[in-house]
Structure formats: C-alpha cells, structure tokens
Design a protein around this ligand. Structure first.
Ligand code: HMG
Ligand code: MG
Length: 305
C-alpha cells in the first residue's frame, strides 16, 4: 500500500440523525434532532442523512420526519438526504424538499423481508417509480445496499449477490450506492470483495462505504475501502445507531474516529473535529450515555485534564 494512492479528499455523510437515532428507544424530540443537524453542519458536514419516511408503526422514532425537515436551517452547500422505501414515503418526503432520496434494499433475501417486508425483486419494483419521480423532480437518488458482507439471518453473503443488487439498482436509475455492512461483521478483505462486486456496475466515485462497528472493524474496513479509491463514507456522530431489524448490531463507525484517522493521514474532510466532538457531546448528553467515539472520549478527557 502506497500513501500516494489515497484520495486527497474524503466526503462524509453523517447518518447520525437517521441511522443513529432510529434505533433509540427513548423518544428524541424533533427539536433535539434539528439541533443535532445544525451542529453537524456547523462542524463542516456537507451531507447529512436527516430522517426516513417509513412506517411510524415500524420505526416510531422517525415519525417526526416532516417536522424535523421543516425545522432544519438549510445551507445551500449542504445536501440533506432522507430514506424513502416506497411511493408513499416518497410522496411525503418530496413535500419536505430533500436534496437526495435514498431507496434501501438488501443483498440478502431474509433481511429484505424483515426490514422492508418484501423480496429483493419486489423492493426493486417499489423503488423504480420512486427513482423515476425523484429524478424527474431534480432530486438526487442514492441506493443503500444492506448486508453486503453478512446478514443476521443468512450469515455470509457472497459478492455475486452484491453485484446482482447493484445491477438492479443501476437498471432502475439509482445514481450512486452505499455498500453497507449492516451488522459490522466485515473485515478488510470481505469488504473489499463487496466493493469489487459493486464496481461491476458503479464507478468508484459513485460508491460509499457504510460500515457499522459492531465487531470493531469499521475503521479498518474504511481504510481498506480508501485504499481502493473510495472517497465517500457514511458514519455517525458519536457512533450512534443500528438497525431495528438487525438485532445486536451497533452503530456506524463514529464520524469523529473517521475524521481523526483521515486528518492523521493528511486527507481533507473539511470537518472541524472540535466542533464535531461538541455535536457528539450534545447528543450523547441528551441520550444520557458516553459517546461511542473513542476519539471523542480521548479528546474530552484531554480537554478536562
Ligand atoms: P408494509 O407493511 O409492507 O407496507 O411496510 P404496506 O404498503 O403493506 O402498508 C402497510 C401500512 O403501512 C399502511 O398503513 C401504509 O399506509 C403504511 P395502514 O393502512 O395499515 O394504516 N405505510 C407507510 N406509512 C408511512 N410511510 C411509508 C409507508 N409505507 C406504507 N413509507 C414498509 C413496508 C417499507 C413501509 C415497512 O416495512 C417499513 O416502514 N419498514 C421500516 C424499514 C426501516 O426503516 N428500516 C431501517 C432503515 S434501513 C437501515 O437502517 C439500513 C441502512 O442503514 C444500511 C445498512 O446499514 O444496512 C440504510
Ligand atoms: Mg446502517
């Protein structure tokens, strides 16, 4: 591995307000979510996944989606994205003027059923009109691909299944995709294989890494992806998160940890780490638990000393 092969810049999408908070059992008021978004953009995040337009019976925490979208103070240079699993979700989402919508499928049949109550093929049928409508309205379209290395119900997932899903996403017009390790079981080589499978249908510039940190591998996996040329990543401030339909899976890799690593490598993110740590501290204090970010804990201890 050669340092000059790393990208000079990395773009981070903070998914904390959505992936991070969707799994929280205690209600988080819309005003707290709005303030979290505000703090993230003040820290320099240029992409924020704000909320999801899913069934409030399935994910009650995201039931305030429209209120949160109405409350945020938008900046022209920040892209605000929301999850939309079907036309019902899209129709509600579009009224709130997202910059990007995210359809979300899975490389595993069992996870598709548990998460969105339909098969992979059916999910693509539901996504197709969403993608078409979004593109016609000038809204960008991303596709999340869950379980690209492992599934809580099916175990290991073969790269061919990832390539298959990526091909389906491409066929319906999804512009870029997230290679997600939903349950954080991947290691650098398995993640690499999932990205290689995705590269059969998408360019490196259209691929983001979305790594949960359940087994403590997410930073290593991020580095493996960076060394392939991936320069878009999703992470969650304070390491919040998990999917309600992937029991035991913990949060995304903490944004603070990714930023610290990249800064150390001389890779620009445009993010102010101190302000990011404050944003993480804000939400961790609200939730009443220490930050899941090792970097934040270390830097807060240093500040206190
Ligand atoms: P369904 O029950 O199959 O939907 O749910 P349906 O079309 O049969 O409708 C049933 C009821 O839901 C109806 O209401 C619909 O109106 C309503 P009722 O007549 O019973 O009162 N409904 C909706 N309500 C609000 N918004 C909607 C919507 N659609 C239907 N969009 C559905 C299908 C997808 C809606 C459901 O399964 C669902 O909401 N699932 C939640 C999935 C979810 O949010 N998972 C977490 C996010 S994904 C994730 O975290 C992974 C990711 O981070 C990447 C990774 O790490 O892997 C992205
Ligand atoms: Mg996720």
């Amino acid at each position: 591995m050669n340092a000059t092969s790393y990208p000079r810049q990395v773009r981070i999408i903070d998914v904390g307000p959505r992936d991070g908070l969707q799994n929280e059992k205690q209600p988080v008021p819309a005003a707290v979510k709005v303030e979290l978004v505000q703090r993230l953009q003040e820290a320099g995040l240029k992409e924020i996944e704000v909320t999801s337009f899913v069934s409030p019976k399935w994910v009650p925490q995201m039931g305030d989606n429209a209120e949160v979208m109405a409350g945020i103070q938008r900046r022209a240079d920040v892209r605000y994205s929301v999850l939309t699993p079907n036309m019902k979700g899209y129709e509600a989402a579009v009224l709130t003027r997202p910059d990007e919508i995210v359809v979300f499928g899975a490389a595993s049949e069992a996870f598709s059923q548990k998460n969105i109550n339909c098969s992979i093929a059916e999910s693509i049928e539901r996504f197709a009109p969403v993608v078409e409508a979004a593109l016609a309205a000038g809204i960008a379209v991303r596709g999340a691909m869950s379980c690209t290395v492992g599934c809580p119900y099916e175990g290991e997932i073969a790269p061919e299944r990832v390539a298959y899903l990526a091909g389906l996403m491409k066929d319906i017009g999804v512009q870029r995709v997230d290679v997600a390790d939903t349950i954080g079981v991947g290691t650098p080589l398995s993640v690499r294989r999932a990205i290689e499978a995705t590269l059969r249908h998408y360019d490196i510039d259209q691929i983001s890494g979305h790594f949960h940190d359940t087994y403590g591998q997410a930073l290593s996996n991020t580095l493996a992806a960076i060394s392939m040329g991936v320069w878009n990543f999703q992470s969650s401030v304070a390491g919040l998160g998990g999917c309600p339909y992937a029991k035991g899976a913990t949060g995304n890799v903490a944004t603070e940890d990714v930023v610290y690593m990249l800064q150390g490598m001389g890779i620009d993110t445009g993010i102010d780490l101190d302000k990011l740590i404050d944003a993480g501290q804000f939400i961790s204090e609200f939730l009443g638990r220490p930050s899941g970010s090792r970097v934040a804990r270390a830097m807060l201890a240093k500040r206190a000393a």
